[in-house]
Design a protein around this ligand. Structure first.
Ligand code: DHE
Length: 519
């Protein structure tokens, strides 16, 4: 283009040339490289953004895909391109992403195993921490700005160690073994196990090409990873991340699905996973002897023989649900899940009864793991913000009635509290007031204070210290940080500079399954 411009200038043909330049179509491949590849990958297999392949876009009609490119996608990092791309260019990109790849790379047991890196064999490192701090009040803070994480002393608020992470971590890292280890997951499928005592990674493996999240069984034996690409769940040996099993996410007819998310249901000794393209929830037992009602091996295979084997762990129960589940929370007793879909409907699914037992009115979609519960008068309520509308829904977990909608200054991602705190904190992640943080009184269900921790910068995601006395807020900016508040007086106590800190995770609150945070 530059060459053409200089010829035009040289020969004084600007009128003709500008016409030529304006009408020179930019190829779809170039458009994709310019606007999409950085997040979705040059190969369309996903990096920070999801994989853009027909098999992963089954639920998105082309008309909606055009809208997403033009206007952006609410509650994701997908921006609007309406001011950069014209109608034809958007249409051509849509055609591209619905075109199958010549070859979607296989990511099965062999590839996963080949990707495994063991830095330290299990049991080879000392069992005493290299630093002085109460282990159960440590925080891990994920800093998205430069792909690092900071291990923070939760008593002194002094950073202990800053570690590089894989590119674009997402979702909560999971603590294990009383805080000795923590497992991270990146959007491009890497799972990393970090030894907190020795301040070093011990193992890594790529469990998927485009992954959602990970869960660790409460007995500390297994890590499971939910994948968008391929359509699988990967089970790993928690000791060194060796792959144990790849479970294909398929219904009985053989239709495959992305996996929305997977969590551990500790009291049930099982993992619970929601499928995104099949209206089923799966409960996967991690007991050696699967309990009654579980069967498996319809679509999974064993690493050695390639055959299904009944006697292995990870037997499966399929629960049919009324609609696809994009997100879900579990109740504190882990017997019911509250599933939501992008179109805004909510359903309560009873894991024992194996069916949906109630509908919940949730306008828009809450972000996964955003909900918390507390005791309100004689009942337990569930509270969740909404990534489409500026409101927090307070729901009675017995009747599943919405007892209050608290209006906020904009849609929010996370609400957090602590058993010892009278307040719940909710962010305003989107819109002109994204620098605000509302504090809600848990007994009056009113906003009692709106904080602005850093004017003009998004403040989001709160986590409490072990005793609930302090609340840590992220300033979601490359030049951001943590602001620590006294959780009772709501006065600022300390500020720590960090690079776009996203979530932060306290050992005690996570491992004791505090009702004020996600698990
Ligand atoms: Fe998240 C948790 C899905 C967008 C930051 N997010 C989760 C989890 C899921 C999920 C499945 C639970 C994982 C876990 O902890 O085990 N997130 C989704 C989406 O579907 C959505 C809406 C679209 C997408 O991009 O995939 C989405 N999430 C975002 C963001 O845009 C955020 C704000 C920035 C980012 O990192 O991409 C974001 N998500 C987070 C964070 C958690 C999370 C910080 C962990 C919260 C916690 O306290 O546990």
């Amino acid at each position: 283009m530059k060459g053409l411009l200089s010829i035009c200038l040289t020969f004084g043909l600007l009128g003709i040339c500008s016409l030529t330049m304006a009408s020179t179509p930019i190829s779809t491949d170039t458009l994709y490289k310019q606007h999409c590849a950085e997040c979705h990958g040059a190969d369309r297999l996903g990096i920070m953004g999801p994989a853009l392949l027909p098999e992963n876009l089954k639920r998105l009609r082309k008309k909606s895909a055009i809208q997403v490119i033009r206007d952006g996608r609410v509650a994701t990092q997908m921006p609007a391109f309406g001011d950069k791309l014209d109608k034809e260019q958007i249409q051509s990109l849509v055609e591209l992403v619905y075109t199958p790849l010549d070859r979607v790379p296989t990511w099965g047991m062999a590839q996963i195993r080949a990707s495994q890196i063991i830095y330290h064999q299990p049991g080879s490192l000392p069992d005493r921490p290299l630093f002085e701090a109460a282990i159960d009040n440590l925080f891990m803070v994920v800093e998205l700005g430069d792909h690092h994480a900071t291990l923070l002393n939760g008593d002194t608020f002094e950073p202990i160690f800053r570690l590089p992470t894989r590119f674009a971590l997402h979702g909560g890292p999971k603590w294990a073994d009383g805080g000795r280890y923590i497992y991270f997951a990146s959007r491009d499928g890497w799972i990393s196990k970090f030894d907190v005592f020795n301040l070093t990674y011990v193992a890594e493996v790529r469990a998927g090409i485009n992954s959602r999240n990970l869960a660790v069984s409460h007995d500390g034996r297994y890590v499971i990873v939910a994948n968008y690409l391929p359509h699988t769940l990967t089970v790993l040996d928690a000791r060194d991340l060796s792959p144990i099993k790849v479970i294909e996410a398929k219904d009985k007819q053989g239709n495959s699905s992305r996996v929305s998310a997977v969590y551990t249901a500790d009291p049930r000794n099982s993992f619970v996973a929601a499928l995104k393209d099949i209206p089923e929830v799966w409960e996967i037992s991690y007991l050696d002897e699967p309990p009654a009602g579980f069967s498996g091996w319809v679509h999974d295979y064993n690493q050695e023989s390639g055959d299904a084997r009944k006697e292995e762990p990870f037997a499966l129960r399929r629960i049919q649900v009324k609609d696809y589940l994009d997100d879900f929370f579990m109740t504190q007793s882990y017997d019911q899940i509250i599933g939501t879909t992008r179109n805004g409907s909510g359903q309560v699914v009873d894991l024992d009864l194996k069916r949906a037992v109630a509908n919940v009115a949730l306008p828009g979609m809450p972000h996964l793991s955003s909900g918390i519960t507390w005791q309100y008068r004689d009942r337990t309520v569930l509270a969740t913000p909404n990534i489409k509308q500026g409101q927090v829904s307070i729901i009675d977990t017995k009747t599943w009635e919405v007892i209050k909608q608290i209006r906020t200054d904009g849609p929010g991602f996370f609400i957090r509290s602590h058993e010892q705190s009278p307040y719940a904190w909710v962010d305003v992640f989107f819109g002109p007031h994204r620098d605000r943080m509302h504090v809600i009184n848990k007994q009056t269900l009113e906003i009692v204070k709106t904080l602005v921790p850093a004017p003009g910068k998004t403040s989001a995601h709160v986590e409490f210290t072990k005793d609930g006395r302090y609340a840590l807020v992220s300033i979601w900016d490359d030049d951001g940080g943590l602001v620590i508040y006294d959780a009772n007086t709501l006065e600022e106590v300390k500020r720590l500079p960090m690079k776009k800190p996203s979530g932060k995770y306290n050992v005690h609150n996570k491992l004791t399954r505090s009702a004020g945070t996600s698990h």
